[in-house]
Design a protein around this ligand. Structure first.
Ligand code: PGA
Length: 248
């Protein structure tokens, strides 16, 4: 039985006081559902949010980490630092990091391995851009990302992780993939996982859709059989909107 995960990706939004205000409000609105909720916040907000969420079912996530255990990497944050303050999840390989911060499949692979060592559940983002979709190469692109990003990672780790299918053309554009397009790719991802591992792993892994998910399109997307939740950017920044998606 896969427990769906709805994770808010706040990206570079909110100061610490704004984040605290969000969580105070969100805790009042939050109802326990069959869905797992998670907030992936900027680093500086994590200690305060961890304290506020520790007696709730709401999970806490980061948006990046460094692949080394520790060392001379000025300005970076390690997985152990995050784990110690109660971070459960970490987004890895978001398309914005791949595009603006030179994240490669190789660094994504190392970061995934570091997450498993630190017992942080990674949310691995994959997805094609608009020209790849238009050229009929979306499946090829996602298949390649999966095989490179997961290289050398054992099945017991992969079965406990999360993959987010995020078509780049749908992120922050208001133009979501249709439920059918999202389902088709999430089903394909499950098949690729079965090919790389086995049926058990493919059955266990959580596969989210992300890209312009909002309260008014969440239900039709999240009711699809191969879609186990969503990675939500813009619509996770306001407590009532985010709760509407979780309570779809
Ligand atoms: P969006 O972002 O919901 O604002 O499109 C999703 C994401 O980038 O994770």
């Amino acid at each position: 039985m896969r427990i769906p995960l709805i994770a808010g990706n706040w990206k570079m939004h909110k100061t610490v006081s704004e984040a605290v205000e969000f969580v105070s409000e969100f805790r009042k609105l939050y109802k326990d559902t069959d869905i797992r909720a998670c907030i992936c916040a900027p680093f500086v907000q994590l200690p305060a949010l961890s304290e506020m969420l520790k007696d709730t079912d709401i999970k806490l996530g980061a948006q990046n980490l460094h692949f080394a255990e520790k060392g001379a990497f000025t300005g970076e944050i390690s997985a152990d630092m995050l784990r110690e303050i109660g971070v459960d999840y970490c987004i890895i390989g978001h398309s914005e990091r791949r595009e603006y911060f030179a994240e490669t499949d190789e660094s994504v692979n190392l970061k995934l391995k570091r997450c498993f060592e630190a017992e942080i559940t990674p949310i691995l983002c994959v997805g094609e851009n608009e020209s790849e979709r238009d050229a009929g190469k979306a499946f090829e692109k996602v298949g390649l990302q999966l095989s490179l990003d997961l290289s050398g990672i054992p099945s017991e780790d992969v079965s406990s992780m999360v993959i987010a299918y995020e078509p780049i053309w749908a992120i922050g554009t208001g133009k979501n993939a249709t439920p059918e397009q999202a389902e088709e790719m999430c089903g394909f991802i499950r098949c690729v996982i079965e090919g790389l591992y086995d049926e058990f792993v493919a059955d266990e892994i959580i596969i989210q859709y992300g890209g312009s998910v909002k309260p008014d399109n969440a239900e039709e997307i999240l009711n699809m059989p191969n879609i186990d939740g969503a990675l939500v950017g813009g619509a996770s920044l306001e407590p009532a909107n985010f709760m509407k998606i979780i309570d779809f």
